[in-house]
Design a protein around this ligand. Sequence first.
Ligand code: SF4
Length: 695
Amino acid sequence: MDGSGLPETRSTCPYCGVGCGVLLRPDGQGGLDMRGDPDHPANFGRLCSKGSALGETVGLDQRLLTPRVDGRQSDWDSALGLVASRFSQTIAEHGPDSVAFYVSGQLLTEDYYVANKLMKGFIGSANIDTNSRLCMASSVAGHKRAFGTDTVPGTYEDIDAADLVVLVGSNLAWCHPVLHQRVLAARKARGTKIVVIDPRRTASCDSADMHLALEPGSDVALFNRLLVKLYEGGALDKGFLAHTNGFDDTLHAAFSDDPSVTGLERVRIDKFCELWMRTEKVVTIYSQGVNQSSSGSDKVNAILNCHLATGRIGKSGCGPLSVTGQPNAMGGREVGGLANMLACHLDIENADHRAAVRDFWDAPRIPDAPGLKAVDMFRAVGDGRIKALWIIHTNPAVSMPEADAVRDSIAACPFTVVSDITEQTDTARLADVLLPATAWAEKDGTVTNSDRTISRQRAVLPPPGAARPDWEILAEVGRRMGYSAAFDYSSPAEIFREYAALSSLGSHFGRDFDISAFAALSDRDYATLAPVRWPVTASRRGGRFFADRRFFHSDGKAKLLPVRWRPPAAKTEPRYPFRLNTGRLRDQWHTMTRTGLSPRLAAHLPEPFAEIHPGDASRLGIARADLVRLTSPTGTAILRARLTDTVNPGQVFAPMHWTGETAPSARIDALVAAATDPVSGQPESKASVVAVSRF
Ligand code: SF4
């Protein structure tokens, strides 16, 4: 209860991976009153501008309220019958790998679980991937290579206890604002130093002690230099290194790299290394500037190498912390929502893991190889290998690299289903079947945030029109495809219990993920579930990984990975002399389907723009507020010029939020090349090449 005496409902903010708790109460006029949850361990009552405007974004303007087939209003029975029959028919004629699901880190864990079970267990293909591929797949790959599993070792409490926080490729102040407030609180309480490593001088630099504006994509060389300096300075933890493999080769690779490729003065690199070396409690927070790179996995391992070599991991105030963009990117990783993973951090290539999951699900088949990752999936749609596609709560016609080609591929796909809360997206307009889904304030389930905390999302508003929860839509299609027993769910609580029971396989196979203590959770306990960090087993609840120096490779040791700097995939050249960096704004989220509904959020930076260095602008005859044309090998955008020295000469920054619906000339991912990291498959969204001219 708050002062009004009306009950409030505990839920979770549906935007970024900080996973802030919120208290919600319907205002009686279709909207919501809300405040931060003072008891949630992620935010203790704090909210950022996006979170605090959530109540303004739940109106029914632009909502999709009934199923639509070929642009005409339909009903659930007809629409779901068509989806099930077209998928079944396509599989019968062309095999299970001729269909695909492209899902989203916006899905709740229960939705994700059902989608993954349907595709991997019953359709028999691993062609399910998620927009989290664009977000943190490189962190997953880096964790697995270093630790043996996709384990996030750090927690938010480590930030509170750190004496040095290093932000790498992360504008935390805008993209994870409540975590940034936590960093600033640590600074106030204990004098925590802050270093920002980013080619651009972002808002996060305003409170930093040091900003290293390195050349785009050169992070590996910087962290290799750090490893060398740690070695030369006698700062390695030999006791900890006894619990690792690969140090000698890793150090050799580090010595072989040339730190001058960072473009940073040697004295500044040394100053950073000395600060790191003399500070015992170091947390390295990294995000899309690390992950969205053709060498993203190597960047992650270069960071992990330094933490492992100095034992700055598995103890309070220390560790690497990957912060995810989306509210449930972590839940998606846990249920196996990526094309190269099985549920509960089990491996799709491992025959024992596959057999155990198949037996648990009583499934006819589990594919024995990874499916198509996002970029390859849309290529397969484009060349006709994928003939039926179901896109759920994401807008790939805008957000995928080479977005124009992706849009054209979806348009040409023989059968496309889109589940969403609105039909006014570039992707929804291409659908043969549109399915109205419930939105965040109307649905029940769980999400996992960036530090492994599972929180409940709870419905506080009734589903509008004919909208239904995603798990229910997916389960109904599964039943109509002939898998009645496997998809006979009646509630998200039932799905969560099944998922928790399955997770006991995690411990059985020596994996990290296990929430089996929830397998017998009552509906009542699910309804009142408080935020909890996994694992949750009979003998363990939450806590810290690696304090015991035991890792998940078969010998129990961690691996240091020898990595070497590689330049971004696209090379600047006379036709395309600028590097294009893309990213988020403080007050917008993804393609603005929700945040675009709030006038006060839209007022922050109301139109699409390109940040250009004043020296470059002068040379090109571009004045402040001119319109400029950005051209890459894959697309064009017209944007307002903002002249600023926050970008270095030769670089351009542009936000990625505008769409064909909101600003047709500003679809920035149309310019981004679909170059990917060879290990993670994550696209390089921050180092494309473009030409800039006055429009
Ligand atoms: Fe929501 Fe992220 Fe802001 Fe927290 S920091 S209120 S989770 S957008």
